[in-house]
Structures are given as C-alpha cells and as structure tokens.
Design a protein around this ligand. Structure first.
Ligand SMILES: C[S@@+](CC[C@H](N)C(=O)[O-])C[C@H]1O[C@@H](n2cnc3c(N)ncnc32)[C@H](O)[C@@H]1O
Length: 295
C-alpha cells in the first residue's frame, strides 16, 4: 500500500493509496457542482482526495473509479450525500466577524424590535449556517436587546445544504471553548452545561432555540419560504461558487429582502452582477437594499 501523495500531470494523483485519475476528479467535481453549485478547481485535487479517502476505506472500495460509479448511480444517493458532507467546509464560530453583530445590534435591530413590539413580523436568515454558531449569535444579539423576543413574532431561519450540520445546530450543544467570544452575561443566561455538567458541553436553552428554526436548504435550488427577510447573513459560502452562480444567488437575496433589508457577507466576498446596483454599502461587508426596492 503506497502512502505518499504525489500529483501527476493534470489533476491525477498517483503513488497514493488509491489512484485518482483526471477523469475521476472531473466526475466528482461535476457532481459537486450539479448538487451544490460548488466549483472545485483542479488545484484542489489533493483536498478532494484527502476528504474522500476515508469514504473509500469505509466502503471497502478499491479505487476512485468504483467510488464515482457508486455516487453516480441511483443506488448511491446516500453516499452522494456523504460525499457532499465530506467536501463542504463547515468552519464557523460564535460571533465570527464581530463587527457584523455590533452593526446588527446598533443599527438594524432597534427599529425591527420596535416593529415586533407593535405586533409586526421580523425575520432573519442565516443562509449557510453550518453547525449553528452564526444563527445562535444572531439570536443572542436579539435577546441582548429584547429578552422577550421569543414571545414576539421574531424568528431566525438557519439553513444549510448539509443535513448533518443542520442536525448539530438543532441540538445546539458546543464545547465550552466555542463560546468564549460570546458576551459572558448572554452565555450564562442562554447556555447551560449538558445535564448540569459543562464538561459534556454547553447546550442552548429552550428560549434561545425557540427563536431559531433549522432547515436543510440548497442555496442553488428552490427556496420554498414564501415570505421575505429583514436581515440575511450569507457569509463564507459563495466563495465556493463560480462567478455566475454567485451573481444568481445575490439577485435571489435582493428579491428576498424586505424594504430596507440588510445583507451581511463574508470579509473576502463582494456583491457582483446585476444585484450590486440594488444595494448600498452600509458598513464593512454590510449592504442595505436601496430605497424604493423591496416593496
Ligand atoms: C465555511 S461555512 C460558513 C458558516 C457560517 N456562515 C460562517 O460564516 O461562520 C460554509 C457552509 O456553507 C454550506 N454550503 C455549501 N454549499 C451550499 C449550498 N449550495 N447551499 C447551502 N449551503 C451551502 C456548507 O455546508 C457549510 O456549512
């Protein structure tokens, strides 16, 4: 069994435990693009190999060709989901890019909370929520301003293409270290040790979880939610899409925002294409739908 990773001509990996040919890589990349809109350039061959090699071992397969045949067949739909889980990057943390939560708290939530106190409907969306720290950080920010939020008509949709991370988010259990960036008072009030024991992790309280609704949703598929959103966080996901796919997603977000709605994006992302004209900059990587739009 050969262990060293060596890249041959094109994208093929030879001298590895399993050979991955150019064709294998291209087939996997094409399936990932078709399923999730994620663009995998040839420079990511080693990454694809290292993320999928465990799957080949678990399934006792002999080659990447066999794996491609399996995930490309009707019988391989479960494994196709496993492949998607293995190839998506789920890195996230509580209060990541803290300036967004400061902006949300100072400039966006106050009028929305007024609206909710008068009986209005307020909707926020974490559109690639991974295991949940982002939507829970949004919920903690809401509760920091309005402790009764869960009894008002305020909800946060937390969605991701990967059902595994969605399930983790729904459970809402994190190691203590994951919450160090959360404001101490909010962490103490809305998280408690599992079974009273913090060594088993901190679990989001019932009240916090009531604000957040987790769903599996592909940003490049149909969006079944009928209503619009006041705030959308779509951070650190479109970087995995090609330019055309990004532009389509930005336009769909613009159409899904209420009048004056705000879109937060990742620090290395920018709104491009026809949707760019519909947004005005409202801070660092924060955009507000232009006046007159979103009616
Ligand atoms: C790097 S994480 C970002 C998490 C969070 N937004 C943050 O910034 O901390 C990217 C997430 O996007 C999800 N993702 C990838 N393609 C997607 C798609 N087409 N639709 C919805 N989610 C997708 C992945 O499953 C992953 O959980």
């Amino acid at each position: 069994m050969k262990q060293a990773l060596a890249s041959g001509a094109g994208s093929s990996l030879k001298s590895t435990e399993f050979e991955m040919s150019d064709r294998d890589f291209k087939d996997i990349a094409a399936m990932l693009y078709a399923d999730a809109g994620i663009y995998m350039p040839e420079s990511k061959t080693t990454l694809v190999y290292s993320r999928l090699v465990k799957r080949l071992r678990a399934l006792n397969l002999e080659s990447f060709r066999e794996y491609c045949d399996l995930v490309g067949s009707p019988d391989g739909s479960d494994e196709r989901r496993e492949m998607l889980s293995a190839l998506t990057t789920n890195v996230t943390r509580f209060f990541r890019e803290p300036h967004h939560f400061e902006h949300l708290s100072a400039h966006v939530l106050p009028p929305l909370l007024e609206l909710a106190r008068r009986g209005g409907r307020v909707r926020l969306w974490s559109a690639a929520c991974s295991t949940g720290p982002e939507p829970y950080s949004m919920a903690l920010t809401v509760l920091g301003l309005e402790p009764n939020a869960a009894s008002l008509d305020i909800r946060i949709l937390a969605s991701d293409i990967d059902p595994r991370v969605v399930e983790e988010g729904r459970r809402g259990v994190y190691p203590v270290a994951a919450l160090v960036e959360a404001p101490v008072a909010l962490r103490k009030r809305y998280f408690a040790g599992v079974g009273g024991d913090e060594r088993r992790g901190l679990q989001a309280s019932e009240e916090l979880r009531r604000l957040v609704v987790f769903r599996t949703l592909n940003l490049n598929g149909a969006w079944p939610m009928p209503g619009k959103f006041n705030v959308i966080f779509c951070r650190n996901v479109v970087i995995y899409f090609d330019e055309q796919t990004q532009q389509t997603v930005w336009s769909k977000f613009a159409a899904k925002l209420e009048r004056g709605g705000v879109l937060y994006i990742g620090h290395s992302e920018r709104v491009t294409g026809p949707a760019a004209a519909r947004f005005a900059s409202d801070g660092v990587t924060a955009y507000r739908l232009r006046e007159g739009d979103g009616a």
